[in-house]
Write a protein of this length. Structure first.
Lengths: 439, 488
């Protein structure tokens, strides 16, 4: 397929059937609408283009900055669109909790402003919440902004009313699915698709998914947070249900590992919520039915989110020569020297002094003549074998003598005859009045 | 009562739970000393301190925990703390005198906040560490030291306006501290007054619940300390201030259900949950929720010492991603903290007598009037929503099931509401009963109390456990050697 502009590749995403052996529903065909295959990576490409597109010519004329409240995909799409047209983009958010997305936005040239956390010494009479202040700056005189306003802009919904919804019906050969399941963020996609489907067949059931209140799932709001969304109308949904972060990741894993669909946690939440909602209905049902859910973006941006919540999923096999497999007795028996002994040892035998602290700390103050091998790097070196010859005596130093004792024990176990740990570490060294230098 | 009761039950530790069970003692105390009455539990503050110390130990950090005195005027709590190894952070001349009088020596005191000349002089004279707000204050301090031939004063430099690379954090502007951008002027002044001041480190105190913002500040402090060292100064400490927070409620589910219902009420989808339809900062505009919830996050999964732990475990983006604790440690810096509310968690409660219970002819909530002013029980002033515990006068009677009430204060003033929200109680209170407001020691006892309309401010007693019984004395008569269990 040939395009003149990447924005023409937005939309017309595939509708893929999930293998019944995976979801286990007997009478319901479950389809995933793969919005992750939009060119900038998410369902928000449609809304971003729909909202910004018609205003770009004027914005270019005035050199306006594109501004949006977004913590992720909308910001990503708008940053690209703004960049393509030579405009700046600024995102204001208090929800940007996924570092990869933040870095990606910076890479795309976006300017990011984060709203502050809640006050600890609360002044309940203060009425100016950060968002009010934000809107005030946008309306200040002389400001040239293209504010896409995704939570209130009807063109967000319209992108799905005219695009996503009709595409689903077309791909189901003109039939409207019996259920449509969507996570609610800006409510744009769920509202637009629901409206398009209902226009064809009012009997479609719409399930809205929100995040459990104490949980955080990127791109989904909690039941309270959706109330702040202008596009949100509770009547759009036949039912609202909550999904937890663990459930979202569980659903994501199924999509990733069993279905070959590399969707992110929001898509995982939609899959999990869909199957959970449909299972009891499937048991009652005798005839063939159809359900559709949206996979809104890709998994790659959420690795740190997964690492934080399910580190086991990123676990690696145990490594050789790791200080973690030392016994307490081995650590306690590690050869060590006091500050006084270390000083005279350095004077007489000149052992290699290895400082395991970070380069910043080392640069600030260190033992004269020592070399700096930061602990992470040292661990890598040791994994491959002894990093020093056996005839070279070594004094290891860390802040309090804990890590140095571990590595002294490990190197001893690996066969080094004379490696010692500085007892009490650099702190004891300083407290004993021994000299520390800056080079 | 319409609908199911929306309780916000207080989180009660073993000491407060036991104290609340001593109903007879609490009634006797209030009969004798009047309503309202504050009860503080000094032994709890020592236990809370131990929680902070264990976080220090876990990260191998040394340094001092300074109790932020401003959170409570109590002598008993301060004197109990003097018997531990903690320090105190004082923010006025009176607090400094109080701390010195409680037995805290100068090496355990930091003077912070806005300072008048007398406060600064006594701080310099006694040799406490001064957290310097700005260059002008440093000049003022140095002049005092020279004029009165005092020993050089230890100073911390209070910084603000920290910046992050890449992302701009729209932090609230602070009245206090010197912006990091202007720190060079301050460091030059430190060098110029090297004979009068001894730089021990830098400090910040940010009014935010966000760990990320505080982590940025620690990184900013490390950068300034590096600048100090490159100038040949030898700073030793970072003071990360306080704001570690308290989790007030027992059940997260109750907090979540309450805030969801409050949202519905503001949107007009359920009957109001507050006096006069107050929205606690939320409002409705054409069917959409606007504004921000102006309430303290009353249930927090991470608060107090564990909040400090989380901050210290946070990776420092600008310094190779190593955890902040590791960076502090390997740079050989001490960590100072200034918890106020968090050290006072579970350290006391406030008792108020029920004077009147009025049934409205039109139905609806009971109107309950207490022998206390709203400023005596200042939870609402800090946005903390938490149910009181009913302590019936004559022991627990039949009760008759849950009721919804409005709690009014005793001032002749429309706005004297103990709380603006409708409070659900598991049983109907009767005149003579006590309502016990738990966990009021942090900022909710005397910070806002007035003597308006010739009404008394609450008295304060210190209570401690002696075997199975609770003993007490007036707050200002408590010393750590007070007999029978006051000292441990």
């Amino acid at each position: 397929m040939r395009y003149d502009s990447i924005t023409e590749a937005i939309g017309n995403t595939p509708l893929v059937r999930i293998d019944p052996a995976v979801h286990g529903l007997r009478n319901i065909d479950l389809y995933a609408k793969l919005e992750m295959l939009n060119p900038f990576g998410s369902v928000k490409d449609r809304a971003a283009w729909s909202m910004a597109g018609p205003l770009l010519a004027e914005a270019v004329e005035h050199g306006s900055q594109v501004v949006e409240l977004s913590s992720g995909n909308t910001a990503k799409a708008l940053a690209v669109i703004a960049g393509m047209h030579g405009l700046g983009f600024r995102s204001v958010t208090n929800r940007m909790r996924v570092p990869e997305i933040k870095d990606l936005l910076l890479l795309l040239g976006a300017q990011i402003e984060e709203l502050p956390g809640q006050s600890e010494c609360l002044d309940p009479t203060a009425t100016d919440d950060p968002l009010t202040l934000f809107h005030r700056t946008l309306s200040a005189s002389g400001s040239a902004y293209l504010h896409t306003d995704q939570y209130f802009n009807p063109r967000n919904t319209e992108a799905h009313l005219t695009g996503t919804g009709p595409e689903i019906v077309k791909d189901l050969d003109g039939r409207v699915p019996d259920w449509f399941v969507a996570c609610v963020g800006t409510a744009g996609s769920s509202t637009g698709v629901a409206r398009a489907l209902r226009e064809e067949d009012p009997s479609v059931r719409v399930v809205g998914l929100v995040a459990a209140k104490s949980d955080f799932i990127p791109g989904i709001r909690t039941i309270d947070e959706v109330q702040e969304v202008g596009l949100f109308d509770p009547d759009t949904y036949d039912t609202m249900e909550a999904v937890g972060a663990d459930e979202a990741i569980e659903g994501m894993l199924t999509l990733n590992r069993r279905c070959g669909i590399l969707g992110g946690p929001t898509g995982g939440a939609a899959y999990f919520g869909a199957v959970r909602h449909l299972r009891p209905l499937d048991e009652e049902s005798e005839e063939r039915r159809t359900a559709v859910f949206i996979v809104c973006d890709r998994v790659e941006s959420y690795l740190s989110y997964v690492r934080q919540r399910r580190p086991d999923l990123l676990g690696r096999p145990p490594r050789r020569n790791s200080p973690a497999d030392l016994s307490d007795a081995e650590i306690a028996g590690a050869p060590s020297v006091s500050v006084a002994e270390a000083r005279s040892w350095i004077d007489t035998d000149r052992p290699l002094v290895v400082d395991l602290r970070s380069p910043y700390a080392y640069a600030a103050l260190h033992i004269d003549g020592s070399v700096n091998i930061v602990d992470e790097l040292f661990a890598e070196l040791v994994r491959g074998g002894l990093p020093f010859g056996k005839r070279q005596s070594v004094l290891l130093a860390c802040p309090v003598g804990e890590q140095s004792a571990r590595y002294a024990a490990l190197l001893t176990r690996m066969g080094h005859p004379d490696v010692r740990s500085l007892a009490g570490g650099i702190i004891a060294w300083r407290d004993a009045g021994a000299p520390l230098v800056r080079d | 009562m319409d609908g199911r009761p929306l309780y916000l039950e207080p989180r009660l530790g073993p000491r407060l739970r036991s104290l609340l069970a001593a109903t007879g003692t609490l009634h006797t105390l209030t009969d004798a000393l009047g309503s309202p009455l504050h009860v503080v539990v000094p032994d709890q503050i020592a236990e809370n301190l131990a929680g902070f110390r264990s976080v220090y130990r876990r990260h191998h950090l040394s340094g001092q925990v300074f109790y932020a005195h401003k959170a409570n005027r109590s002598s008993a709590l301060l004197r109990r703390l003097a018997a531990t190894d903690a320090g105190v952070d004082v923010a006025s001349l009176g607090e400094l005198q109080h701390a010195l009088g409680a037995g805290l020596t100068a090496d355990r005191i930091t003077a912070t906040g806005p300072k008048n000349p007398e406060f600064l002089w006594l701080a310099a004279r006694t040799g406490v560490t001064v957290s310097v707000d700005a260059t002008a204050e440093l000049e003022q301090l140095a002049a005092l030291v020279r004029r009165y031939a005092l020993a050089p004063v230890r100073v911390l430099l209070r910084l603000s306006g920290f910046e992050t690379p890449g992302v701009r954090v729209l932090s609230r502007r602070s009245r206090f501290g010197t912006p990091v951008r202007e720190s060079e002027t301050l460091l030059k002044a430190v060098e110029r007054h090297g004979d009068a001041v001894d730089l021990t480190g830098v400090a910040y105190h940010l009014d935010t619940t966000s760990v990320a913002e505080k982590a940025t500040a620690v990184e900013g402090c490390l950068a300034v300390l590096e600048a100090c060292r490159s100038r040949g100064l030898r700073p030793r400490a970072v003071d990360v201030g306080g704001g570690f927070g308290v989790s007030y409620l027992a059940e997260r589910e109750q907090w979540e259900a309450y805030t969801t219902e409050l949202t519905s009420a503001v949107l007009g989808r359920r009957p109001p949950l507050t006096w006069g339809g107050h929205g606690y900062g939320l409002r409705e505009e054409s069917g959409t929720l606007r504004g921000a919830l102006g309430l303290y996050p009353a249930h927090r999964s991470v608060a107090g010492a564990s909040y400090l732990d989380e901050l210290l475990s946070r990776p420092a983006a600008s310094l190779g991603g190593r955890p902040l604790a590791a960076l502090l440690l390997e740079h050989l810096y001490d960590l100072h903290t200034e918890p106020g509310r968090a050290l006072l968690d579970q350290c006391g409660l406030t008792l108020a007598r029920v004077l009147e219970v009025r049934t409205q002819e039109t139905g609806g909530e009971l109107l309950v009037r207490l022998a206390a002013k709203a400023d005596d029980i200042a939870l609402e002033d800090h946005g903390v929503l938490m149910d009181p515990v009913v302590l019936p006068r004559g022991g627990a009677g039949p009760g008759g099931g849950p009721v919804a009430v409005h709690l009014f204060g005793s001032l002749c003033l429309e706005s004297d509401l103990i709380t603006r929200r409708t409070v659900f109680l598991p049983r109907r209170p009767e005149p003579g009963d006590l309502l016990a407001f738990a966990n009021t020691a942090g900022y909710a006892m005397d910070f806002h109390a007035t003597r308006a309309q010739h009404q008394p401010a609450a008295r304060k007693v210190a209570a401690w456990q002696d075997g199975d019984t609770w003993r007490w004395c007036l707050d200002d008569q408590f010393w750590p050697i007070t007999p029978s269990g006051g000292a441990q």
